[in-house]
Design a protein around this ligand. Structure first.
Ligand SMILES: [Zn+2]
Length: 236
């Protein structure tokens, strides 16, 4: 079958529009009310189009407010800081608990807060029960917002980090209910239960974050997991 020139033009135009819409979803530019996908429910461990639905939280304050009403998260919206010279935030929250465990930060994007809640509730706490026979009490991190470029990679050092828009977190350690502390620096290596726990939760983080880097990525990450929800995808 040969398509007429007019049909080929229409098909090309449709393809361009579809690609444009998919890119806008990927970048979190489409508010939930215009998205074909249902609002996010933090209680569901893995849902269809989870990545797009998490991305829309950074563009849609009403969707964010509905999601952070979940008992799985303790957070409240903060005032936007318009992005200037690559730094600032939009649809940020102040958070004191995620996934039912203590995790405090004065600013983090709504998409990151929701992703952390889901990862902690559906992956980290079950993994702690399985590998460590305990529950997670709190999570310690090394920072969320920092107006700076990417560190530790010479080829990327002229680009703004996702930390510059409060869209990233560096996780250092986990305090358990039985009093132990599991740290990325001390417990990543080896084959013990602690190392198996850390490797399992790092691998499963890729479901919720677009970038999930750990000690195997480079020396700059020897003591923490870096998670972000930027435009790129990398898990290592
Ligand atoms: Zn980081």
């Amino acid at each position: 079958m040969r398509l007429s020139r007019r049909s080929r033009t229409r098909l090309a135009l449709l393809a361009v529009l579809a690609a444009g819409f998919a890119s806008a979803l990927w970048l979190g530019l489409v508010p939930q009310r215009f998205s074909p996908f249902a609002p996010l429910n933090l209680d569901e461990p893995a849902s269809w189009f989870l990545d797009f639905r998490l991305a829309s939280l950074n563009a849609d304050a009403r969707h964010c407010a509905a999601v952070i009403a979940s008992p799985l998260i303790d957070a409240s919206p903060i005032t936007d800081q318009p992005i200037t010279k690559g730094c600032g935030w939009q649809n940020g929250v102040r958070m004191s608990a995620a996934g039912g465990v203590k995790l405090t930060t004065d600013k983090i994007t709504c998409g990151m807060a929701a992703a952390l809640s889901m990862w902690l509730a559906h992956e980290v706490r079950p993994a702690a029960a399985h590998y460590l026979k305990s529950d997670i009490k709190s999570v310690r991190h090394m920072g969320v917002y920092a107006c700076r470029n990417i560190l530790g990679s010479p080829s990327l050092k002229s680009f703004r980090s996702q930390h510059a828009t409060a869209n990233a977190i560096d996780i250092e350690s986990f305090a358990l209910a039985d009093g132990r502390t599991i740290s990325v620096l001390k417990n990543w290596k080896g084959s013990g239960n602690e190392a198996q726990f850390l490797r399992a939760i790092h691998e499963r983080a890729c479901r919720y974050f677009r970038v999930a880097l750990g000690p195997d990525y480079n020396a700059a990450h020897a003591n923490h997991f870096h998670f972000d929800r930027g435009a790129f995808k990398r898990c290592r």
